[in-house]
Design a binder for this molecule. Structure first.
Ligand code: SF4
Ligand code: SF4
Length: 275
């Protein structure tokens, strides 16, 4: 990249940092009914586990109290979010603690035709957005999107993974680099503040890494500064720092690249670069 372009990209990124307003992603499960190569929640190797409802309530309540006014939007996310067995309770709690924020449910859409009347009614009453990512699988996405609209629920499409360059590979390397500012600044996952198991991580790549360790015997570790314990957070500023500053875990990350969509064969090379 020529030097002028580099400087203009840097300014653009710094401007984005200044304008950023918090977005919290409550991860309900990393388990999924699809099996995508290189998934950023490591769903193909994630166990069928779900976030405890009471822990979720404590996380939402604490974050709503200490920094709700500075949160722009919250997601319920997976894995496949619609597989969460307590989804309607989670929706009700999220709206209770974040009464004015934009609230969204992220989904691959496949289970939409099977959702209950209670779900649709709550989604309307609590003003949830259904955000669908389209995958190149056998599903009638036009009908799925039309159904959401027919149910009177705000619906958005977040990416079509059948398009070229719409999927990315975010490799980790067991060799940790110290100078991680550059990787962090250009990181596509920056800002995906992931609330998982009582902690906030700057991204799912770090937050869900235990699935990789379990599946492939790797030892990607969290150090001081990699995450915040939700119950100890006192202000939004502490969370924002996870967005604006690299954390030690960023040293494992290597440059992300567009990748063709594919089915996972649950191989380590989908996520890990040996160096
Ligand atoms: S649908 Fe999303 S969460 Fe599920 S495996 Fe694919 S990328 Fe991962
Ligand atoms: S650990 Fe840092 S560089 Fe890696 S994906 Fe997360 S925010 Fe980006």
């Amino acid at each position: 990249m020529n030097p002028l372009k580099k400087i203009s990209t840097l300014f653009k990124l710094l401007r984005q940092e200044r304008q950023y307003r918090l977005r919290l992603e409550f991860v309900l499960t990393d388990y999924c009914n699809l099996n995508c190569k290189g998934c950023t929640h490591y769903a193909p190797v994630a166990p069928k586990e779900f976030e405890e409802l009471e822990l979720l309530r404590q996380e939402m309540s604490h974050l709503g109290n200490v920094c709700g006014s500075e949160v722009r939007e919250c997601y319920l996310i997976g894995g496949e979010t619609l597989l969460y067995p307590h989804l309607t309770e989670a929706m009700t709690m999220l709206r209770r603690y974040f009464p004015t924020q934009k609230l969204s449910i992220f989904t691959n859409g496949l289970l939409i035709p099977r959702m209950s009347d209670e779900f649709w009614q709550l989604a309307r009453e609590l003003d949830f957005h259904i955000v669908i990512t389209i995958y190149p699988v056998k599903a009638d996405y036009d009908a799925i999107i039309a159904l959401c609209k027919e149910k009177g629920v705000k619906t958005e499409v977040y990416g079509d993974r059948s398009q070229q360059d719409s999927f990315f590979r975010f490799p980790l390397s067991p060799v940790k680099l110290r100078h991680n500012r550059k990787i962090h600044l250009s990181c596509f996952n920056r800002g995906c503040m992931s609330v998982i198991g009582g902690y906030i991580y700057p991204c799912s790549i770090s937050g869900c890494v235990s699935h990789l360790n379990r599946a492939f015997g790797t030892d990607f570790r969290h150090e001081e500064g990699d995450r915040l314990k939700v119950s100890e957070i006192g202000s939004a500023k502490e969370i924002l720092r996870l967005y604006t500053h690299p954390v030690p875990f960023c040293g494992y990350c290597r440059k992300y690249q567009p990748a063709d969509y594919g089915i996972s064969r649950r191989e380590a090379s989908e996520w890990i670069d040996e160096e």
